[in-house]
Design a binder for this molecule. Structure first.
Ligand code: SAM
Length: 135
C-alpha cells in the first residue's frame, strides 16, 4: 500500500479540521465551496452536512469514499473532480478550503495555481487553509 493509500485509509473517519469547525460556528451564510486536495473528505463531508455545496478536487479518485458518508439529499450537494493542481480548472465560489494540500503543487506551477485560487473566490472571499510547518 502506497503512502497516499495509507493516508486515505487513516483519515477515512477523521473529524473535520478545527479551522472548518470554527468557520461553520461563525459563518451563518452557506454557498458554494471548493475543497482543494480533499483527500478522504473530512472537510467536504462536514461542509455538506452544514448545508454547503461542495466541489471536492483531488488527483486521487476519492469520490466513492466520500459519497459513502453522505445520504441521498447530501449527495445532491456534492460534486467531485479528479484534477491535478498544476492544471486545475476552478469555478467561481464563496469558499476555498485547502487543508494540508496547497504545498503539494509543483513549484513551477505554484503562482499560477495561487492566482487561480484568488481569482475564483467571489462574494464572501474566504480561504481556509492549513499549510505545513516545522516544529
Ligand atoms: C495531506 S493530504 C490532505 C487531505 C485533506 N485536505 C485532509 O486534510 O485530510 C493532501 C491531498 O492533496 C492531494 N494532492 C497532492 N498533490 C496533488 C496535486 N498535485 N494535485 C491534486 N491533488 C493533490 C493528495 O492526493 C491528498 O489527498
Amino acid at each position: 500500500m502506497g503512502d497516499i493509500d495509507q493516508f486515505l485509509k487513516n483519515t477515512q473517519n477523521a473529524l473535520p479540521h478545527d479551522n472548518i469547525k470554527q468557520f461553520i460556528e461563525i459563518e451563518r451564510k452557506t454557498g458554494n465551496a471548493i475543497d482543494l486536495g480533499c483527500g478522504s473528505g473530512r472537510d467536504t463531508v462536514f461542509l455538506i452536512k452544514n448545508n454547503w455545496n461542495v466541489l471536492a478536487i483531488d488527483r486521487e479518485d476519492t469520490r466513492e469514499m466520500i459519497e459513502k458518508k453522505l445520504n441521498k439529499l447530501e449527495i445532491e450537494r456534492f460534486r467531485f473532480s479528479c484534477q491535478n493542481f498544476e492544471n486545475v480548472e476552478l469555478e467561481e465560489n464563496d469558499l476555498v478550503v485547502s487543508n494540508y494540500s496547497i504545498p503539494f503543487c509543483s513549484k513551477n506551477y505554484f503562482y499560477e495555481f495561487w492566482n487561480k485560487i484568488v481569482e475564483s473566490i467571489s462574494s464572501n472571499r474566504i480561504l481556509c487553509r492549513k499549510l505545513f510547518w516545522i516544529k
